[in-house]
Design a protein around this ligand. Structure first.
Ligand SMILES: NC(=O)c1ccc[n+]([C@@H]2O[C@H](COP(=O)([O-])OP(=O)(O)OC[C@H]3O[C@@H](n4cnc5c(N)ncnc54)[C@H](O)[C@@H]3O)[C@@H](O)[C@H]2O)c1
Ligand SMILES: O=C(O)C[C@H](O)C(=O)O
Length: 353
């Protein structure tokens, strides 16, 4: 008798003791475990879960006490990411789904779907340069969402957000499942950056900052409203120029620093979780949850616009007005709207063509 067969027999004895039906098995199978995964909470799917954003986002969502079931979908590497994250001793049950043939299983019954699937920028590229690849990815994923969980809240991260949200809306319209209140483009990273950079200039704690960022999520469409910061503060024209430029180009700052290895992933996962957590608290019925997001909107003449929204059980329950703008912000808004209109039209015609 070699050492291994002795060990195996001991494992078999333990397995049989824990679970009598495992008598013929050499070890306790996971399907024989007693847990049924029935903890209360929300079911969340991440599409693109094995990517640079997807992995830390999956880890942080596994830590969220409001999540009971976490589905991780990607076209590559989900078995490894799922095995890894499933060992964390937090409440959510984690399941992995790999490739298009498992997409629908990943989506059935989900309350919240977060989409970070798609290619990121390299230095010298604009977000719009990602359109040709990412538009098709978002279209395919949203077709499956419309079929499998049409009532889910959808958080779109994939760039160019200014176009991918209109693409998602058109897909849902075609499928007859469009609810503008449930489709939100994630612009939280712009707010996170704005809070950080403004706090740096003022020499205060970024956690005390609330900087509204409106418009869209690309270059000059990112419009920080520095005149509406809470707590109120004022800036010299030089500080205003510096802060606006840094917030608008925060993404490019990271793309250049990563020098070809992708774009923001860790700060984005942080921002995505902050936003998803707000959506889950709203779904739970918590009152007074206000965040900036890129949504179907009547705040301007454009069909989509990022601004402060009040979240509730149904998703976006109120779109807050822009509030008083100073001359600098009014001028910037006009420039932003011109570029936004083109990006929105590009997304809509991708589906309607
Ligand atoms: N909204 C924002 O503020 C923000 C911030 C950062 C990045 N982004 C965008 O998020 C996207 C992802 O960035 P990343 O750094 O994680 O990229 P990444 O390349 O590291 O990961 C993307 C993942 O998507 C997966 N994927 C590709 N096609 C897919 C499909 N059809 N279905 C499911 N998954 C698919 C890939 O396999 C990969 O794992 C990019 O488009 C990027 O520009 C947005
Ligand atoms: O800049 C990018 O391409 C990624 C993202 O949109 C960001 O703002 O970091």
């Amino acid at each position: 008798m070699d050492a291994n067969s002795g060990v195996n027999r001991r494992i078999a004895m333990i397995a049989t003791h824990l679970c009598p039906q495992a008598e013929d098995d050499i070890c306790l199978r996971r399907s024989h475990c007693r847990a049924k995964g029935g903890a209360p909470g929300f079911k969340v799917a991440i599409l693109g879960a094995a990517g640079g954003i997807g992995q830390p986002l999956a880890m942080l969502m596994k830590m969220n006490p409001l999540v009971s079931v976490l589905h991780l979908y990607d076209v590559v590497n989900t078995p490894g990411v799922t095995a890894d994250i499933s060992h964390m001793d937090t409440g959510a049950v984690v399941r992995g789904f790999l490739g298009q043939q498992q997409l629908e299983d990943a989506l059935i019954g989900m309350d919240l779907v977060i989409i970070p699937a798609g290619v990121p920028r390299k230095p010298g590229m604009t977000r719009d340069d990602l359109f040709n690849i990412n538009a098709g990815i978002v279209k395919t994923l949203c077709e499956a969402i419309a079929k499998c969980c049409p009532k889910a809240i959808v958080n779109v991260i994939s760039n160019p957000v200014n176009s991918t949200v209109p693409i998602a809306a058109e897909v849902f319209k075609r499928a007859g499942s469009y609810d503008p209140k449930r489709l939100l483009g994630v612009t939280m990273l712009d707010v996170v950056r704005a809070n950080t950079f403004v706090a740096e200039v003022l020499g205060v704690d970024p956690r005390d900052m609330d900087v509204p960022v409106v418009g869209g999520h690309a270059g000059i469409t990112i419009l920080p409203l520095l005149s509406q910061i809470k707590p109120p503060c004022s800036f010299t024209p030089k500080e205003t120029e510096y802060l606006t430029d840094r917030i608008q180009n925060g993404g490019t700052e990271v793309v250049e620093a990563k020098a070809g290895a992708g774009s923001a992933t860790l700060s984005m996962a942080y921002a995505a979780v902050k936003f998803a957590d707000a959506c889950l608290h709203a779904l739970r019925g918590d009152a007074g949850i206000i965040q900036c997001a890129y949504v179907a909107s009547q705040v301007t003449e454009l069909p989509f616009f990022a601004s402060k929204v009040r979240l509730g059980r149904g998703g976006v329950e109120e779109i807050l007005p822009l509030g008083p703008l100073n001359d600098y912000e009014r001028e910037s808004l006009e420039k932003a709207k011109k570029e936004l209109a083109e990006s929105i039209e590009k997304g809509i015609s991708f589906i309607r063509k």
